[in-house]
Design a protein around this ligand. Sequence first.
Ligand SMILES: *Cc1c(COP(=O)(O)O)cnc(C)c1O
Length: 437
Amino acid sequence: MKNDLSRRQVLAAAGLAAAPAFAADKPGVLGGSKVRTEPFPAWPVFDQREEEALLATLRSARWYRGSGQNVSRFEQAYASLTGARHCLATCNGTSALIVAVNALGVEPGDEVVVPPYTFIATINIVLRQHALPVFVDTDPETFQIDARRIEAAFTDRTRAVIPVHLGGNAADLDAILPLAARKNVPVIEDACQAHLAEWKGRKLGTLGAAGCFSFQASKNLNSGEGGALLTNDASLHERGYAFHNNGSGLKAIGSNFTYASTGANLRLTEFQAAILLAQMTRLDEQVKARTANGRFLTSMLKEIPGILPAREYPGCTNNAYHLYMFRYKKEQFAGLPREKFLKALNAEGIPASGGYSPLNRQPFIQTAIQSRGYKRLYPEKTLKEWQERNQCPANDQLCQEAVWFTQNMLIGPRSDMEQIAAAIRKISANAAELVRA
Ligand SMILES: *Cc1c(COP(=O)(O)O)cnc(C)c1O
């Protein structure tokens, strides 16, 4: 501190008062010592609870939901934890979304409103249905779909809207739910990153017609692979159940080979449900740690010029922080490109990534929409207008500025957050030198 002060005084005397005030430590990327040498908490977390549950399932010889109890026990537990009337477990989050669009009757020739800032599964499930994904630009302040632009994206072909609660932060449901109700368009919440996040005290995934979750290895609740659909609508649950069970309805599993509908086999196994039940014993504690650490980190990072943590809409009463996300403004870091910022941060022992690329610009989507099947299903004019409307400039820019930390970095002690902030301050103080390096 004393050194810094005198150094600052010297710089000031030399007419260089604008020079960095805390450029004391040499950045790790330039050979200086790292801010953090310990790894962040490992993920997944498990102990003898998982071991015992897996062994018990193995020895029971009941490995699928038709013979065991774990899957239905998990469904009951997750429904009661979230306050949903019904929960349907599926083999992954993509499948939960596939069940939702099928149970809600999205068909080839329909349109589905989606964000461009999401994991690709949100878009793929629309394309696999041979429906048209209509992209609505992102609100860069929150990283969520820009609800103000959704109405203009609706047409008389719109059959569903899929807001994604990206990063565990909430999309603006106070704007989306009433609009969708007025237009009679069902809302499928993609809550694959938003376990136990809340909107005005209610759990995300329970406010739309259906809410879809993923329990893939990286997610805040995980069984390697796994998923679930929540709904308060008994008939939707029944249709979803049949769809995930090769069309065999709730009472028909393993019975007389007659079917309620078309479908696929998208069932969760008893092994995965056993892991999920064990993982749920730690969930509350992990959620609390992420919330407290996420908020504390924001309180520090928002003070650093050029770092803009994702804002929350007022209705978001709990952010699940599947990702900790902020925008990086290089102009305030002496023009240091984001890629160099990320490299410098990683060299301080703080793993970070730049997140998604603009999905609406993926060449494979163009290929799909120009395919024989799409040309047969949609008037030429519709496809041409789709090309013209497919502009998401705010999202394009966000994809160049985003920085992410993964959720496991937020389950350790509060001092971990102080180190993250210290590393960013150090890079900020040395930005000019890093630009030249
Ligand atoms: C993970 C994820 C999915 C897909 O879930 P899987 O279990 O990997 O199939 C869908 N949407 C979002 C936003 C996701 O993060």
